[in-house]
Write a protein that binds this ligand. Structure first.
Ligand code: DGL
Length: 272
């Protein structure tokens, strides 16, 4: 089965998930679409996020994808149920994997979650966490300034540290929290700064590893694994500024062996 895996995000954040998919599934081809032009999705209404997500999905369905990874928490929170209901291919979001990874990491059952306004308002993380363990204490905070910073390609420095410090103030008095979920796929790009600000005693969780593991398990279960012998060439599409997209992709992939195995292209999404 030589069909690709589709990966979507509002922008560059999903590249953190794509990178982990490439690591755990080195023979599977990815076709990634980042909607950088309309990023951020976080402050948008549920209807807008649904509309944009369907447009991205339709773009990828035309590429004959065999499985879709919604590498965006906001889109997962608002659309995973309806995508799962309407599409015949398997759909994997990032919220349940993130919740599972946090439950695996916490010792004292006190978990923090940061994400976009949309994800935090949806309460999808507390729901996913408490469905598994109702005893968990969950504290959540939106960090609306993180995505615009990352989309500009600014990932470190004094200004970033100040923004991260201010945004994590809601957790200042929570001394029991031992695990913090990065509930937005853009946030792992700020992980070193987030870890420094929140302190080494807190395990900072990104959902990408667990999402890739789930993808691998579903491919096996549904007999959808590739039989390809050689490494694939991945395709990355962006609806927006290609220079920034290229720069961030290079940052994520630069140290890795996947550096030469992808093409970046501009995408035009069909809008009604
Ligand atoms: N990376 C996305 C997420 O995981 C979306 C960020 C945004 O567009 O606001 O939620």
């Amino acid at each position: 089965m030589e069909r690709p895996i589709g990966v979507i995000d509002s922008g560059v954040g999903g590249l953190t998930v794509a990178h982990e998919l490439m690591r755990q599934l080195p023979r599977e081809q990815l076709i990634y679409l980042g909607d950088n032009k309309r990023c951020p999705y976080g402050p948008r209404t549920k209807d807008e996020v649904r509309k944009f997500t369907w447009e991205m999905v339709n773009f990828l369905l035309k590429k004959n994808i065999k499985l879709l990874v919604i590498a965006c928490n906001t889109a997962t929170a608002f659309t995973i149920d309806e995508l799962t209901e309407h599409l015949e291919i398997p759909i994997i979001g990032v919220i349940n994997p993130g919740a599972r990874a946090a439950i695996n990491a916490t010792v004292n059952e006190q978990i923090g979650v940061i994400g976009t306004e949309g994800t935090i308002k949806s309460e999808a993380y507390p729901a996913a966490l408490k469905k598994i363990n109702p005893n968990l204490q969950v504290e959540a905070a939106a960090c609306p300034l993180f995505v615009p910073i990352v989309e500009k390609g600014v990932l470190a420095g004094d200004e970033v540290k100040e923004v991260v410090k201010d945004s994590l103030l809601p957790f200042e008095n929570n001394k029991e929290m031992d695990t913090l979920i990065l509930g937005c796929t853009h946030y792992p790009l700020l992980k070193p700064v987030i870890q420094e600000v929140i302190g080494e005693h807190v395990t900072v969780i990104s959902s990408s590893e667990e999402t890739a593991r789930e993808t691998s398990a579903v491919l096996e279960l549904k007999h959808l694994q590739t039989k390809r012998k050689n490494p694939p060439v991945h395709e990355f599409y962006s609806t927006g500024n290609m220079d920034i997209f290229y720069k961030i992709a290079e940052t994520i992939f630069k140290e890795s062996k996947y550096n030469n195995s992808y093409e970046i292209k501009s995408a035009v999404i069909d809008v009604d």
